[in-house]
Structure formats: C-alpha cells, structure tokens
Design a protein around this ligand. Structure first.
Ligand SMILES: *Cc1c(COP(=O)(O)O)cnc(C)c1O
Length: 421
C-alpha cells in the first residue's frame, strides 16, 4: 500500500510544495489550535485520504454506477454508509457531499424551489454562511428569514417568537445548528414548531458532530428530526467532507439532489477516509475524547468568567465560546486574533450578536477545545491557556512580553505531539 508519509519523494520532485507542507506541520506542532472548527485527524485517515482511490470515477451509488470497475469503491462507500447510520442512529446516509457547503445546498435544493422560504438563525447570532448569507448564492436563490437568540437570557431561543415567525412566513424548512453558538438546543421545541406549520426539520450539526457521535451531546435525530447534516472534519476528526443523514422517506430525493443534482463524481478517497474516521468514532475511546472536549471547554470558560471576561451567552454548553473582546479588553476581534497569533495561540475573529462593527473587524473572537483535546491537553492546560490569552490581550502592545508568553506556549506544545506529524 502507498505510504503518504513518504514525503521524501515530494521533497525530491517538488520542493516548493514540500516546504510549504513542512512549514504547516511545524506551525501546527508549535502552537495551540483553538479555532473550534479545526482538528487534527488520525494518521489512518491521512493514509486513506492520500490513497489511489483518488484515481477512480464512481458517479452514482453502490450497485448503480455510471462506470465499470466499482468492486472496491462500492465496498468502501457501503461501509461508510453503514457506519454513519449506526453511529448517528439514522435511517439513511449520503456520504458523497464534497464538503459542508454542498451538503447544505443539496438539502435546500431537495426541498425548495427558487423563492421558497427557509427559517434559520440570524447570522450574527450564530448561523453559518451556508444558511443563506446575502453573499452566498443560496441567499439569493431562496428567501431566508431569521430568528434570534436572547442575549439577556443566556442566549436562549424564544420559541414563541419563532412560532409566530414560522406561522407568518410559512417556511419549507426550519433550520437549527450553528457555527458560533455556544449553547445546547431544544430539538423537541424546534420539532413542535415545525410540525405546527408543516415544515421540514433540518439540523446542521457540522460543529458538534463529534460530540454527538461520542454521546456527549444530544442527537437531533433522536427527537424526530427529518434531516441532519454534518461535516466530518471538525469535532469528528475525519477528512474534509459533508455527510447527510435523514429519514428513509427522504432518502431518494436527498440522493438525487446530491448526485446528479449538484455534484459529479464522488471523492472516493475522502469517503474511504470518512469510513475510517467513523470506525474510530465508534470506539469507546472516542466517548472519552468527546466528554473531555466538553470538560476542557468548561475549564477554559471558567478561567474567563473568573477574570471578568465577557462571554457571549455568559458561558458554554458545547466545545466553543465567543469572547466580546471590546467589552473585555477594549480591542476589536481582528486585533485580538493578531495578538494571539503572536503568542502562537490560533483563534478566529468573530461577529457577536447584532455586532455594530463590520465582519472583518468584529467585536469578538471565537475559540474551542476539540483540537487541543486531541493532543491530550486537559483541564490543567486549559487553565494555563486561559491565563496566557487574558495576559496577552491585556498587554497587547508590549511586544517583549508577548514574545515571553510565546516561548511558554511553545514549550508546552512540545509536550503534546500532533497526531500524524
Ligand atoms: C463548517 C460549517 C459548514 C460548512 O462546511 P465547509 O466544509 O466549510 O463548507 C456548514 N455549516 C456549519 C454550521 C458549519 O460550521
């Protein structure tokens, strides 16, 4: 079998790309990755993802392909489907979406015609770009209407308001699941509203897929949701890809919407890597991992709360938190992100609910614990990380002090190797 770790061949034949990959390996090893949508995948996933399966065209589905030579690709895709169904207690799985964006597009296009209404979360309150941002094509094709969280009430969603909007706007789909919302969701309440107005329920669980797989958070499918979409490269630790889980009655239309509706040939190397990741996520160790992500998030949030740092919704129920950096440190999110880069702590700038500042210079940063947890960091490390962040953002203009903190950060990181490097 090919060995993708044999980077020597690449070094000999394409030094430019080799050295960029090498540089990225060093960067990932040296610093602390706190972007909540990132993770370090398993070496076995890297091997499958770098395999010769990339050579093969497999348009169609197992047993029903447009090209010959599908003995092994059928096996790979069927295994991925079976594991996905079992892990997420789903009636049907489509493992072909090339990433999270086409996965959500395939669902919208499966249930809606241009101009139809989809009810989703306000983007500044946590909704994702693919939930109909005006700059996205989906935002122009469909009529996205919004609900919000209540900042006075720890970010809770007001379901009376949501029901009112749903009755008025008559959405085809009610969408929940977000990219920057640190709280758990009341899926039963969403389902109740959807049933009342005859809408389909869709949960975009891209961020917390690993936490659901590890039984650390609730699974919307257990509450009768029609559709659940996940990305496999975030808390689930798999390859970059999307996965759609749905009720059997929607299986045909979802499959048709992914292929031939939206995509051509599936990426079989990615699907093999996804199957490997799903297999890993079924092991008992993964449950421990998922629960540790939450414990680490609690530990990190506690450091911030103890030091009067303003967290959006005043805390977290999942793996992520959003800091209001203007209120906490009197600096915007972009400056905060750049400051933390200087101490080798990677986060991303983040809009906060109804942010008065523009998206490229928003009022906050977002951080999360899946990647650090993958390296084996625990509560004690979270306390150190929290202190470094607070310290760094407080003295952000003092380059000498920032350099000192960076040394401490990098010394700790050496003790926690990145898997696959
Ligand atoms: C990351 C994410 C996506 C999209 O994933 P890509 O793979 O980046 O296209 C969709 N929805 C949510 C909630 C996400 O967090």
């Amino acid at each position: 079998m090919n060995v993708i770790k044999n980077l020597k061949l690449l070094e000999l034949n394409d030094l430019e790309i080799y050295s960029a990959i090498n540089g990225e390996e060093k960067r990932e090893q040296q610093g602390i990755e706190l972007i909540p949508s990132e993770n370090y995948t398993w070496p076995e996933v890297l091997i499958a993802n770098g395999s010769i399966l990339t050579n093969k065209y497999s348009e169609g589905y197992p047993g029903k392909r447009y090209y010959g030579g599908q003995e092994f690709t059928d096996r790979v895709e069927s295994i991925a489907i079976e594991r996905a169904k079992k892990l997420f207690r789903a009636e049907h799985a489509n493992v072909q979406p090339l990433s999270g964006s086409p996965m959500n597009q395939a669902v919208y296009l499966s249930f809606c015609k241009p101009g139809d209404t989809i009810l989703g979360m306000d983007l500044s309150h946590g909704g994702h770009l693919t939930h109909g941002a005006p700059v996205s094509h989906m935002g122009q094709i469909f009529n996205f209407v919004r609900y919000k969280t209540d900042p006075e009430n720890n970010g809770k969603i007001d379901f009376d308001e949501l029901l009112k909007t749903a009755k008025e706007k008559k959405p085809k789909i009610i969408l929940c699941g977000y990219t920057s919302y640190p709280r758990d969701l009341d899926y039963a309440a969403f389902k109740k509203v959807a049933d009342e107005v005859g809408a389909v329920t869709m949960a975009d669980m891209a961020h917390i897929a690993g936490l659901i797989a590890g039984n650390a958070m609730k699974n919307p499918l257990d509450f009768g949701f029609d559709i659940m979409t996940i990305t496999t490269h975030k808390s689930l630790r798999g390859p970059r890809a999307g996965l759609i889980l749905c009720k059997k009655k929607f299986a045909k239309q979802i499959d048709k919407s992914v292929f031939p509706g939206l995509q051509g040939g599936p990426h079989m190397h990615t699907i093999a890597a996804m199957a490997v990741a799903l297999g890993k996520a079924m092991q008992p160790e993964f449950k421990t991992y998922a629960h540790q992500i939450l414990k680490n998030a609690q530990a990190l949030a506690q450091v911030f709360l103890n030091n009067n740092v303003k967290l959006i919704t005043n805390g977290t129920d999942n793996h992520m938190m959003v800091i209001d950096t203007i209120k906490s440190f009197n600096i915007d999110g972009k400056t905060a992100e750049q400051t933390l880069d200087k101490i080798s702590v990677t986060v991303n700038k983040q809009t906060i609910p109804d942010d008065p500042n523009p998206p490229l210079k928003p009022s906050g940063i977002r951080l999360g614990t899946p990647a650090a947890t993958t390296r084996g960091m625990q509560e004690i490390e979270m306390q150190k990380i929290g202190a470094w962040i607070i310290n760094g953002l407080t003295i952000y203009q003092d380059e000498n002090k920032l350099r000192e903190i960076k040394k401490e950060v990098e010394a700790m990181c050496l003790q926690f190797p990145v898997p696959g490097i």
